[in-house]
Design a binder for this molecule. Structure first.
Ligand code: ZN
Length: 193
């Protein structure tokens, strides 16, 4: 398992609901937590490891041993939102890129955990921001897509560099072509269904 970078097609993919919570999925989630901590992240969506499933993980403290703050959100729905605030965001799929994004201050989110139990959380501030950022990934939306035009203009060069690197790796054969990557995503989505 590895994190994929912009503009990998998985990052623009609208993911499929998880149908089965089984040992395979639990192993996937465990590997995602390891990867997130290695990369010093506080959230990671399945899309970012090229899995087209509606699931993400979060530990807003970023502390690997802090199990109390580890959350798995399977088939999440943001049911309520209120307030708005701007804050700086980054993404493990766009290393070293940061920019301001306006998000709801308070949210109510429902999801299933790894035991298949539904839970509802009311969140604010950073955890609310992380959930909104990660939930966007499941719809193929990057935080840069949410940035105001004038702010996005400032990082346009960096985004182009990511795109050029990605295409170069595809030409060099270290990353498969988009068509092949999309075919794989479709196959994976069907496997879960
Ligand atoms: Zn992200």
């Amino acid at each position: 398992m590895e994190i994929v970078y912009h503009p990998h097609p998985a990052l623009g993919w609208k993911s499929t609901p998880v149908q089965r919570i089984d040992s395979g999925l639990r192993k996937t989630v465990e590997a995602m937590f390891e990867l997130m901590y290695e990369s010093k992240g506080i959230g990671l969506a399945a899309n970012q490891v090229a899995l087209p499933y509606r699931l993400f993980i979060m530990n807003a403290t970023g502390e690997p041993g802090d199990k109390d703050h580890e959350f798995v959100f399977i088939n999440p729905e943001i049911m309520k939102r209120s307030g708005q605030e701007e804050g700086e965001e980054g993404c493990l799929s766009l290393p070293e890129v940061y920019g301001p994004v306006t998000r709801s201050t308070h949210i109510t989110v429902s999801a299933f955990d790894l035991s298949g139990n539904e839970f509802v959380l009311e969140l604010e501030a950073l955890p609310a921001r992380v959930v909104q950022h990660e939930a966007d990934h499941l719809d193929g939306v990057m935080f840069t897509d949410r940035m105001a035009a004038e702010n996005k203009a400032e990082i346009e060069d960096v985004l182009e560099r990511f795109e050029a690197d990605f295409r170069r790796n595809q030409s060099g054969g270290t990353i498969a072509a988009d068509d092949e990557l999309k075919k794989k995503l479709r196959e994976l989505a069907e496997t879960q269904a």
